[in-house]
Ligand binder design. Structure first.
Ligand code: C2E
Ligand code: MG
Ligand code: MG
Ligand code: MG
Length: 280
């Protein structure tokens, strides 16, 4: 009987795995047509300084699937990364970001925009030229552009990553390490990279200040960043208590539902540009 149950289990897992594979393949197939089909949107989430004033914003990709509805980036970004579809998707987001930056710049608004750049996108041949051409074509100020990269980018070939980061930094682009603290990498690389900022992962922010370990980690990151002259953004700030703790411990930038949710880029831009227009 045990043997039979074992076989049934195997059959069950095989079936579950088969369904998972089919689901991924179907999403991958649909994702390949999502840009052309007008299903992708860019949302924006404002980042605020310790006074609660807007100090920047992050672009976040959204996929409105015709049958499935909204598909979470947590689900489709890994598929895009594995299949290579992240290249056209990433280029598309970058283009939206640069156009937005150019419009902000025209209106005299100097808010920096952060864009997530995936490892495959960052490593593709000709990436620096592509970014350079995009900046020239859109008139976006590179100095207002921040690339968010993850620690996983640095693992495979650190020297190559540093070289490429330096080339992009020479254009004026700044770098932020996203989800900082969750990756598998040593702290030694921090001083070798042309870094501007660290983003404390929301998993550390969530249970703070009640969880002693998370609180200690957040304090440690803030103090280390201070010594290395790096800016810090705390992500996933949801409560006043978290915000107060972060400000009291010297965190300059905060991002999270407590301040604002990601919203469509058009609405965000319109709200931001209305007061600027009224002044003139
Ligand atoms: P991320 O870059 O770490 O982005 C932050 C995520 O936290 C976003 O999830 C955002 O909506 C969410 N968030 C913001 N504030 C709060 C909060 O107070 N509480 C909680 N629980 N969550 C909050 P989202 O939009 O679902 O994106 C998930 C991930 O997908 C991103 O994590 C990023 O790694 C990836 N992603 C999104 N857009 C892009 C993109 O254009 N390119 C690439 N390569 N990756 C992207
Ligand atoms: Mg990010
Ligand atoms: Mg993050
Ligand atoms: Mg994250």
């Amino acid at each position: 009987r045990a043997k039979k149950r074992g076989r049934n289990h195997v059959a069950f897992f095989e079936q579950a795995m088969q369904l998972e594979v089919e689901f991924r393949l179907s999403l991958e197939h649909d994702l390949g047509m999502a840009i052309a089909g007008g299903q992708m949107r860019v949302h924006v989430q404002t980042q605020v300084d310790s006074d609660g004033e807007p100090a920047g914003a992050e672009l976040l990709l959204r996929w409105q699937h015709p049958e499935r509805g909204n598909v979470s980036p947590a689900q489709f970004i890994p598929i895009a990364e594995d299949s290579g579809l992240i290249l056209p998707l990433g280029a598309w987001v970058l283009e939206q970001g640069c156009r937005t930056l150019a419009r902000l710049h025209e209106a005299g608004c100097r808010l920096p925009l952060s864009i997530n750049v995936s490892p495959k996108q960052f490593r593709q041949t000709g990436f620096v030229d592509q970014v350079h051409a995009l900046l020239a074509r859109t008139g976006a100020p590179a100095a207002q552009l921040i690339f968010e990269v993850t620690e996983s980018l640095l693992i495979d070939n650190l020297d190559e990553a540093i070289e490429r980061m330096n080339e992009l930094a020479a254009l004026g682009i700044r770098f932020s390490i996203d989800d900082f603290g969750t990756g598998y990498s040593s702290l030694a690389y921090l001083k070798r990279l042309p870094l501007h900022e660290l983003k404390i992962d929301k998993s550390f922010v969530q249970d703070m200040p009640h969880d002693g370990d998370d609180t200690a980690i957040v304090r440690m990151i803030l103090s280390m960043a201070r010594h290395l002259n790096l800016h810090v953004v705390a992500e996933g700030v949801e409560t006043r208590e978290q915000a107060d703790f972060l400000v009291a411990n010297g965190c300059q930038l905060m991002q999270g539902y407590f301040y604002s949710r990601p919203e469509p880029i058009g609405e965000w831009l319109a709200r931001l540009l209305v007061p600027a227009r009224q002044e003139t």
